[in-house]
Structure formats: C-alpha cells, structure tokens
Design a protein around this ligand. Structure first.
Ligand code: ATP
Ligand code: MG
Length: 237
C-alpha cells in the first residue's frame, strides 16, 4: 500500500492534561480522493481533525504529510507545508468583508494573490458579487463558501473541512458538495467531517465511522453505505 498524502495514525490524546479523547485513532486521505469522517455527536471527529492540524498534543501516534513526520509542527508550520483547515466554528471574520477574509487567508504568502482570488471567485461566484460585504451578513451557505475560500488562499496541497455543510438547507448542501468535488478534481485531496453522513459517504472514496474517539468502521464510502450495521447504527436504517 502506498503512503497517503495525509495521515494521522494511531492518535491518542486529549485536551491539555484532561483524559484521552482519541484512542488509537487513524484518519487519512489519499491523493486525488475525498475521505469522510462520520459518527455521533461528541465522537471526537473535530478532535481528530484538530489533532491532525496540530492543535493538541498527542500522547501516542503520529501525523505524516507526504511521507514526512510533522507531529512536532505548529498549526501555522503545517499550513506552510501545504495543509488547509476549515474548523467547525469561528471559521470566518464576520466584521471583515469577504475580500478581506480571503486576503487574511493568504497570510503566509508573499507572492501575488490576485490569481488565487480570481480562482475562488470563479469557484464561488456569489463571493465576487458580495466581496465588499461584511462576511457576517452572508447566509450560512455563503459563509461556508467564504471559509473554504479562505483556506484555499494558501494554495494548499490537502484540504481539511470540519462540517462544511452545517446548518444549511439540503439544496445548499448539494451545491456545497458539488463545489467540494470540484476542488478535489483540481487535485486537492479532501479530508472532511460531515453530519450529513449518507450524502457525504455517497461522494467519499474512503469513509471513517468514529465512536468514542476510536475507529469503528473504515471502508469505501459505497461499502459503508451498504453495510447493514453501519446503516442501522449510524445512518438511520
Ligand atoms: N476544547 C475542548 N476542551 C476539552 N474537551 C473538549 C474540547 N472540545 C471538545 N471536547 C470534548 O471532546 C469530546 C469530543 O468532542 P468533539 O468536538 O471532538 O466531537 P465531535 O465528534 O466533533 O462532535 P460534533 O458532532 O458535535 O461536532 C467531547 O467529549 C467534548 O466534550
Ligand atoms: Mg465536531
């Protein structure tokens, strides 16, 4: 088996000196693919994403990006290595304009960012129309586009999304998934947490079901959708 683009392997750890939340938890994404993490509320999905991004100290396990161990790096250094991350909450600056949010996203770049902004406005045309508006005034789905766009401003080689469709209507969810597939097709592998488990697994090359900080099921998205145990326990039958 070849090495995934990004893997958090055997991750064990929690917040500060608190009890372990993750127990030997592994999540990964391969080149050209979309990997989806699902599981009940409080399962540790966001914690696993934060661990991969370097926001908590692991007691065991490692994080590797393109075969290199990055377990000791700060989140900012990981961004410098090509990781983009859209957290579940507080993922935009509400009082800043859409354009300013995108500019903030490019904080580590010293080169010309105009072409990347154009690409993001092409991917999310509504953001071009609303570029001078405060991001906090936008609809939920539009704010998520700002958040994803902001993460794309660093031209990441892998993108992590924590519940990109939280709180949006089914139609907006479908549109966001279409855009996420489009991003993946440009060659950026995507590691994504989703509460819309059925729809997300339908577009997933690989799926992870996490329960109580541990891997319960790992398979292709299609196989998980077809698995009666997964369906009954995690997909509502
Ligand atoms: N900053 C924090 N400090 C301490 N404990 C935390 C912190 N964030 C989360 N936890 C705890 O870690 C556990 C896992 O939470 P986490 O947010 O990772 O779950 P989740 O699967 O993302 O849930 P959800 O579906 O609600 O987003 C929970 O018991 C939660 O209370
Ligand atoms: Mg979460």
């Amino acid at each position: 088996m070849s090495e995934p683009v990004l893997i958090g392997e055997g991750m064990t750890g929690g917040y500060g000196t608190g009890a372990d939340i993750l127990h030997d938890c592994t999540i990964a994404v391969d080149a050209g693919e979309i990997a989806v993490i699902v599981g009940p509320n409080g399962a540790g999905k966001s914690t696993a994403m934060k661990a991969v991004f370097g926001m908590l100290t692991l007691r065991a396990g490692s994080v590797r990006l393109n075969g290199q161990d990055i377990s000791g790096l700060s989140p900012q250094a990981r961004v410098g290595r090509g990781m983009g991350f859209v957290p579940q909450t507080n993922n935009i600056f509400p009082s800043m304009s859409v354009a300013e949010n995108l500019e903030m996203g490019a904080f580590i770049r010293r080169d010309d960012i105009r072409q990347t902004m154009e690409q993001i406005y092409t991917l999310f045309p509504i953001l071009r129309d609303k570029r001078h508006q405060a991001a906090g005034e936008l609809s939920g789905g539009q704010r998520q586009q700002v958040a994803v766009g902001r993460a794309l401003m660093t031209k990441p080689s892998v993108l992590m999304l924590d519940e990109p469709t939280a709180g949006v209507s089914p139609i907006v969810m479908d549109e966001l998934f279409d855009r996420i597939i489009e991003v993946a097709r440009t060659g950026i592998p995507i590691l994504m947490v989703e509460q819309n488990a059925r729809q997300a697994l339908a577009i997933a090359d690989k799926g992870y079901v996490l329960v109580q900080g541990a891997n319960r099921f790992t398979d292709t998205g299609a196989a998980l959708l077809a698995n009666p145990e997964v369906r009954n326990s995690f997909l509502g039958g």
